[in-house]
Design a protein around this ligand. Structure first.
Ligand code: ZN
Length: 285
């Protein structure tokens, strides 16, 4: 357990002893990979959980120093969270191997536990940095009937329905399975605001839950739908002078930890294909 906030510094060295890296970094998300001169790639910190999902739209370029060199030594500085085994934040120093100048990356804030592995394993091997898989997104200013029509489709398929919502009485976020009647009430706006609704082939009861850094209840991992047989309907948001914007995400492919593109269950894949047709017709009405 850490007794104080004294920073722990660690230079990044691969198992093969390499210390020079090309860096591809997504600053807004604090996610990146590093690549050695012998072309071995590694995820930086917890990037493996987010990397593939984030690069589906745009592949980040190699970071360059103002001297044009693109190789860096990496030094990580961990600030412990007092009274825990966790870290509060990690500062990443990228030192140019040619001119020695330091290139700044935004400090990574850690709001989850456990996080001790970020110090013991600051980088993890990445066999294939660049992989694409197909995801689907539906968004629009749907009418109430259209929104309910989407939900009814999944209810008919006997999927389990989970709701992540804001409980205004206890002022915290909750996540639990809901009945068809509760789901309809959420969608009709007769209940608390939902943050997301998950239609799932399997029980999500044993899913690991994180509590948010704000102490206001459960935080659900953003990419739950990417790895699991789950369709997510995100909470709507109000767009001024247009109305409520609804948004759904799903995919029938996923990546395993070695970066292979795999298909989800045959029943889920068939349903996704059928739902795409169904939603097209529903939204055309
Ligand atoms: Zn330089």
């Amino acid at each position: 357990m850490y007794q104080d906030e004294n920073t722990i510094s660690k230079a990044i060295v691969t198992p093969d002893g390499e210390t020079d890296f090309q860096i591809r970094y997504i600053r807004e998300e604090n996610v990146g990979i590093v690549c050695t001169p012998t072309n071995r790639s590694y995820f930086l910190l917890d990037s493996a959980d987010y990397w593939y999902d984030l690069i589906q739209e745009k592949y980040p370029p190699v970071m360059k120093c103002s001297c044009k060199n693109d190789r860096f030594n990496l030094m990580l500085h961990y600030t412990p969270r007092v009274g825990t085994e966790d870290f509060k934040e990690i500062r990443i120093d990228c030192l140019c191997t040619a001119c020695g100048k330091s290139k700044r990356i935004p400090t990574v804030k850690i709001d989850y536990s456990p996080s001790a592995q970020l110090l013991t394993h600051p980088i993890t091997p990445c066999k294939q940095p660049k992989i694409k898989y197909k995801t689907y997104s539906l968004a629009g200013y749907w009418s109430n009937d259209q929104l309910l029509g989407m939900a009814e489709y999944f209810l008919k398929k006997d999927l389990l329905v989970y709701c992540w919502y804001w409980d205004s009485q206890n002022t915290e976020r909750h996540f639990r399975e809901v009945s068809a009647a509760e789901l309809r009430a959420f969608l009709a706006g007769e209940r608390e605001n939902y943050l997301a609704i998950y239609f799932s082939e399997k029980s999500l009861d044993s899913m690991p839950m994180h509590s948010g850094a704000d102490g206001k209840g459960v935080v659900i991992q953003q990419d739950l739908w990417r790895k699991n047989a789950v369709v997510v309907l995100h909470g709507p948001f109000m767009v001024m002078s247009y109305g409520m914007l609804h948004h759904m995400d799903f995919c029938s492919e996923y990546l395993d930890k070695d970066g292979n593109v795999l298909l989800k269950s045959p029943s889920f894949c068939a349903m996704i294909q059928d739902f795409r047709k169904y939603s097209k017709e529903l939204l055309a009405t």
